[in-house]
Design a protein around this ligand. Structure first.
Ligand code: NAI
Ligand code: MG
Length: 372
């Protein structure tokens, strides 16, 4: 019996998470998979009532679970950044979810890129380092053009002292992209293991090593060592070339490892290639700890409560959760349920259909129960 934390969150979060949990419950009836889901009230509504974001109590309760199934957070009444920083980013940091898994699959013909050749790219975005660590400062006259920036991690502790020559009304800003050997090594290790488990013999590493030579030079070196260790191939792609290649030959990629900043951008491009926000699932994974699975979209306040939310992204997130938790066959059944709804046009208006969120959910549940 698996124990999942269910965090529906705000807006359409609860609507799509309901579909995902209904599908998982249907799977329990037809397979050996079994789970209990405990609902967690974390999100904008609770913040407005109590001022709480992700509390110590939440963290210790979540720690007891096998995995987290997450909807979305975001409330137009709350200043942007508060919920993201206090809940989402905090969760990723506290549980050290250093892999962001983002599959990009062709669901032909429901994608803007109408290619005859199917593609199935699995992006692994490093989730904790690079230019997204908040390591930066403004250097101005009033701080003597000096600033100390540092980061404290469980595994390491470091600081910088940055100096610039003062010049009359000048102002500088600086943002540091930090990679650690430890961080890149665990990322590379996961990437090769992941590709191997998918039956592939290579990993593609995306970077800009021709310009950002220190960081991405070290990253290449570490990935090459891992490739040799695993006896697998390693391909390099520059991020600019990669963004073109994703359009003209997406079918040539399998497992793609990409550092944090470039990963943020490429996976949004990928989201559109597979049919938009309503079609993308995502995992924030700690291979040795607590992972969290969520649709890539937000709380969509513009359509919340109207039954218009496409639940497919949330169901694909549940598929990834099951795969991660050792139930790949059950995961594939969710994939088949999505395929079935697309093939029969039992979809929401964003995909040109007429069904409401819960009707798509019912079609998926019926499909799953019929597999018995
Ligand atoms: P969004 O993803 O919520 O919505 C963008 C557009 O896509 C909207 O027009 C929405 O109606 C549509 N859309 C999104 N998901 C859909 C679905 N499943 N079916 C049909 N249409 C869908 O992004 P937006 O509007 O920028 O942000 C809204 C709130 O969500 C903000 O508070 C933001 O901070 C938060 N957010 C939270 C995320 C998370 O919890 N991981 C991720 C992204 C945004
Ligand atoms: Mg993004």
């Amino acid at each position: 019996m698996k124990h999942f934390a269910i965090v529906p969150g705000d807006g359409i979060g609860p609507e799509v998470v309901k579909v995902g949990t209904d599908c998982m419950e249907a799977l329990c009836e037809i397979s050996s998979f079994d789970f209990d889901g405990e609902l967690f009230n974390i999100g904008g509504q609770r913040y407005l009532e109590t001022g709480e974001l992700l509390t110590d109590q939440d963290i210790s309760d979540l720690k007891k679970k096998d995995a987290i199934y997450f909807g979305a957070i975001g409330d137009p009444r709350i200043k942007p950044g508060i919920l993201e920083g206090g809940i989402l980013l905090k969760m990723r940091a506290v549980f050290d979810q250093y892999i962001n898994l983002r599959p990009v699959t062709s669901w032909f013909p429901y994608v803007p890129l109408k290619r005859e050749v199917p593609f199935d790219i699995h992006f692994l975005r490093e989730n904790t380092e690079d230019f997204y660590m908040g390591l930066g400062a403004k250097l101005r006259k009033d701080n003597g053009y000096r600033a100390e920036i540092g980061v404290k991690r469980e595994s390491y502790d470091m600081g910088f002292d940055i100096k610039a020559e003062p010049s009359e009304d000048d102002e500088y800003s600086i943002e540091v992209g930090l990679l650690s050997r430890k961080g890149v090594t665990r990322f590379a290790d996961y990437a090769f293991k992941y590709a191997q488990a998918r039956g592939e013999d290579k990993v593609t590493l995306v970077d800009k090593a021709n310009v950002i030579t220190n960081n991405y030079g070290m990253q290449r070196e570490i990935f090459q060592q891992k490739a040799d260790e695993y006896g697998m191939k390693l391909d390099f792609m520059f991020v600019d070339a990669m963004s073109m290649a994703m359009i003209v030959r997406p079918e040539t990629f399998g497992t793609v490892a990409v550092p944090n900043l470039f990963g943020d951008i490429l996976t949004d491009l990928g989201a559109q290639l597979q049919g938009g926000l309503g079609m993308g699932g995502s995992g924030n994974i700690n291979p040795h700890g607590l992972s969290m699975f969520e649709p890539i979209h937000g709380s969509a306040p513009d359509i919340a409560g109207q039954g218009k939310a496409n639940p497919i992204a949330a169901v694909l997130a549940a598929e990834m959760l099951l795969d991660n938790q050792g139930f790949p066959e059950e995961g594939r059944m969710l994939h088949a349920a999505v395929r079935h709804c697309l093939d029969t046009m039992q979809v929401t208006p964003d995909l040109g259909g007429k069904l409401r969120t819960e009707e798509v959910g019912k079609a998926m549940v019926d499909f799953i129960l019929n597999q018995k």
